[in-house]
Every structure is written in C-alpha cells, then in structure tokens.
Design a protein around this ligand. Structure first.
Ligand code: ADP
Length: 176
C-alpha cells in the first residue's frame, strides 16, 4: 500500500528490511547497542561486523533516541539505530518514547540529507508493544514529519509477516 504525503511517498510493504535499497534502514536496537535477536540480529548478520564496530565506538543509546552508523555489506548507505520502549501496559510513557524513537530517526535522515529510509515495526517484537497502537504512533509521526520535510522522497515500512502488514495497512486507512 502506498500514499502520497505532499511530495513524498509513504509505502507499506511486507518483507525483510535487510534487503532494502533505501538510503537508510532503521534498526530496532537496544540501549547497549549490543545486537540481539529480531530485526537487530538480522541487520548485523546481513551487514557484517563493521556495523558493530561502529556501535561499540558510540557506546549506548537511551530509549527514544537514535544514532547512525554506516551499513557494511547492506545495500543501504546507513543504519539508524533507535531504541523503542519496552511495553509495560502503556502507562509508563511508552507512547511518547515510541514517537520520539521515530522522530529522532527522521531527524538523522534530514541531518545526513538522505532521500529515503525504511522502518521496521519498532518495539512490536520482543518489546511487546501492541501492533495496532504502535502502528498508529509510527504512522502519524512519520506523516506529520513528511508534511514539513518535502526533501525526504520516500519512507517505507518494511513489515515482517502478513499479519503485521495488515494491521499497519488498517491503521493507515483510518488515518488518511
Ligand atoms: P523490539 O525489541 O523493538 O520489539 P524486534 O526485532 O523484536 O524489536 O521486533 C520488531 C519488529 O521487527 C517485529 O515486528 C519483528 O517481527 C520485526 N522483524 C524481525 N526481523 C525482521 C526483518 N528482517 N525485517 C523487518 N522486520 C523484522
């Protein structure tokens, strides 16, 4: 599914983010930037050890913030590592932190003057965020940003599995 936001395209696809050819891909990292399972493990496996070497130099990243490295063997030029919140029932500031994770990632896209970026469904795996709530926050944050930043041509959500894709698509239809 694809929608136009002023001059930009927002696309939802089902797939594996490590195969994306956007300028940057976003990693759902942990605050120690230590790698792990899920999308984080997949990105480090596919990208090779240079990404972890850069992560070690950076050290850590607080929840809701983002840092950027190059992308090793991946087709993307950069990996933006952001840390979404662990879902603890929704009353611990999770929504603001998830919004911030998306916003800080987008600010790095702008800072590097990149034209395109791909996001996974941050916090919806091991961190347990309900996919519909996470989709609403992710989509509204990115749509609002694209309205103000026409220099970003393309944002793709790369969703792992049909179920996650369908929930994101349903939320996007409610928003537009
Ligand atoms: P978090 O710890 O932020 O919850 P996870 O990696 O556990 O991060 O999950 C985030 C989302 O990324 C989940 O929807 C998961 O299914 C998805 N995911 C896992 N591997 C990939 C991949 N290769 N490409 C895109 N999404 C992926």
């Amino acid at each position: 599914m694809e929608v136009r936001i002023n001059n930009s395209i927002l696309a939802l696809v089902e797939g594996d983010i490590t195969r994306e050819e956007t300028d940057a891909i976003v990693n759902a990292a942990n605050s120690r930037l230590a790698g792990g399972g899920g999308v984080d493990g997949a990105i480090h496996r596919a990208g090779g050890p240079s990404i972890m070497q850069e992560c070690r130099k950076i050290g850590r990243c607080p929840t809701g913030q983002a840092v950027i490295t190059t992308a090793g063997n991946l087709k993307a030029k950069y990996v933006i590592h952001t840390v979404g919140p662990v879902y603890q029932g929704g009353t611990k500031g999770e929504a603001a932190l998830l919004k911030s994770a998306h916003l800080e990632s987008l600010k790095l896209v702008s800072a590097k003057k990149l034209k395109s970026a791909a996001f996974p469904a941050i916090s919806t795996g091991v961190y347990g965020y309900p996919v519909d709530e996470a989709a609403h926050i992710a989509l509204t944050t990115i749509i609002d940003y694209l309205k103000e930043h026409a220099d970003i041509e393309l944002v793709r959500f790369v969703l792992f599995g049909l179920k996650t894709y369908e929930i994101f698509a349903a939320e996007l239809k409610k928003i537009i």
